[in-house]
Design a protein around this ligand. Structure first.
Ligand SMILES: Cc1cc2nc3c(=O)[nH]c(=O)nc-3n(C[C@H](O)[C@H](O)[C@H](O)COP(=O)(O)O)c2cc1C
Length: 157
């Protein structure tokens, strides 16, 4: 598996879709917080998903999730998938992206690279362990984030 990037801009500037489920029953949403690195001698990708997201339910019940990055021309589509909930509408059919099955999950024909991740670890970010300014800025009105660490078992693209 080979992948080279500036990790500080990969999530923050490019954004990504995190997707869980099977081709006939999945959900996806935009993320811009995340990381890639190593733990327990494994290559891993870490994502942070608020417990209020519909996608959270899918990630929780599945053993795998995928994280897909797209060419910049798809940014408007990622903006829509990051502002509507699959709970309220069929946002995937309206997104203009083409879901395709991949090893242990779903990715999109338009993705330039997809990380297939096997769930290794999940833990909620505890408010009492956060700096006060972070807690006030990000969690006074919104649900907490669960941190998902996934072992990268395949890189497609
Ligand atoms: C650029 C961008 C980045 C986002 N990053 C995250 C993130 O890292 N974690 C998160 O929980 N939500 C993030 N969101 C919000 C979700 O994508 C959004 O709430 C989405 O509508 C959830 O969809 P769902 O309810 O179908 O899962 C982001 C939204 C945008 C537009």
């Amino acid at each position: 598996m080979e992948f080279t990037t500036d990790i500080f801009s990969q999530f923050d500037k490019k954004w990504a879709l995190i997707t869980a489920g099977k081709q006939d029953d999945f959900n996806t949403m935009t993320i811009s917080w995340g990381g890639m690195g190593t733990i327990w001698e494994k290559p891993v990708l870490t994502a942070y998903v608020r417990t209020s997201r519909y996608t959270h339910e899918f990630i929780d019940r599945e053993d795998f999730f995928t994280v897909s990055f797209f060419p910049d021309t798809y940014r408007d589509k990622l903006a829509v998938l990051g502002s509507r909930s699959g709970r309220d509408m069929d946002k995937i059919n309206g997104s203009g992206l083409t879901p395709v099955p991949c090893e242990n999950g779903v990715t999109f024909k338009e993705a330039e690279v997809t990380f297939v991740c096997k769930k290794l670890f999940c833990q909620q970010l505890a408010p009492e362990n956060m700096p006060d300014d972070v807690r006030k800025a990000f969690y006074e009105k919104d649900a907490l984030h669960d941190m998902y660490i996934g072992e990268v078992v395949k890189i497609i693209g």
